[in-house]
Every structure is written in structure tokens, then in C-alpha cells.
Design a protein. Structure first.
Length: 158
């Protein structure tokens, strides 16, 4: 009796032929940016001014209309929650309290989505019962949206 080496394929060889669906290029880039941010923070404690310059540099790299939205959000957050320190987080403008990110802005171009996102982390004090929103789609920034954002940011840091 001879083994059937030629007629059987192992499960490993058939699955190895399939292409891996790992992280996208944008996701890998965000992870690399985060690793660089963590290294920079480990080397030296970043002050509020250094964090703000990093955030402003990231905003300057954005395309319109996201750049204008991010600039306005930066002003709103600084005015409504001065205790929050600007910093970058996965290559996005973010605002932290006691070193923990409370809120962030993700441009539509970052992951090639149809809208920008303004979101909050678990450090934000937004809990309402067993379900509450933590991220918001943002296509444009009018006085109505600004008022909602101010209220949310103030609640998040309370």
C-alpha cells in the first residue's frame, strides 16, 4: 500500500492560497503614528504647548472641509474645557484629561469615509443609563452643532 500524497491536499495548503484580510494601509499607518506618539511621550513628558503644536500640525495636514471643522473644534474645546490638554492620538487631534483621551476628531480622509467623526473615549463622563452615544458623524459645523458639542464636552469633563 502506498500513501495518497498526490491526491490529497492538506487544509493548510488550501487556506494558505487565500489572501489575508488583515489591516488596511490606513489602519497600519494609524498604528505606526500611535507607536511614534507613545515613544515621544515615553522619552519626555509632553507639555500642553507641545501637544497643541502637534495637534495644530495634524490639523494643517487635513484637506478641506475637515481642516476648517477641526480648527473650529479645537477652538471650541479650548474655550469650553480649558482643563483638556491637546495631543495627538493615532494621528488624530485629541484632548486629554489627566493623560487620558476624553474626545477626538477623525477626519473623513483618514479612513476614507463619507463623514468626519467627533468622538469620546470611555474617560468621558457621558454615561446615561445602559446606552449612550460616544461618536458623532460630522459633515459640517453650524451654530447648532457647535452648541451640542460645547454641551457634550462640558459634560464629558464634569
Amino acid at each position: 500500500m502506498t500513501p495518497r500524497k498526490d491526491t490529497q491536499k492538506s487544509a493548510d495548503s488550501t487556506t494558505a492560497d487565500k489572501k489575508s484580510k488583515g489591516f488596511t494601509d490606513e489602519e497600519r499607518a494609524a498604528m505606526k503614528e500611535r507607536a511614534q506618539e507613545l515613544k515621544a511621550e515615553a522619552r519626555a513628558s509632553k507639555g500642553k504647548a507641545a501637544g497643541e503644536s502637534d495637534v495644530l500640525a495634524k490639523i494643517a495636514e487635513m484637506q478641506e472641509p475637515d481642516r476648517a471643522i477641526a480648527e473650529r473644534l479645537h477652538t471650541i474645546i479650548k474655550e469650553s474645557a480649558p482643563a483638556l490638554a491637546p495631543k495627538t492620538w493615532y494621528g488624530m487631534p485629541a484632548y486629554a484629561k489627566d493623560g487620558k483621551v476624553v474626545c477626538y476628531f477623525q477626519s473623513a480622509q483618514k479612513f476614507k469615509t463619507r463623514y468626519s467623526t467627533f468622538g469620546f473615549s470611555d474617560a468621558a463622563n457621558l454615561d446615561e443609563g445602559a446606552l449612550w452615544p460616544v461618536a458623532f458623524a460630522l459633515k459640517k459645523l453650524t451654530a447648532t452643532e457647535e452648541a451640542k458639542i460645547v454641551a457634550l464636552v462640558k459634560k464629558a469633563v464634569s
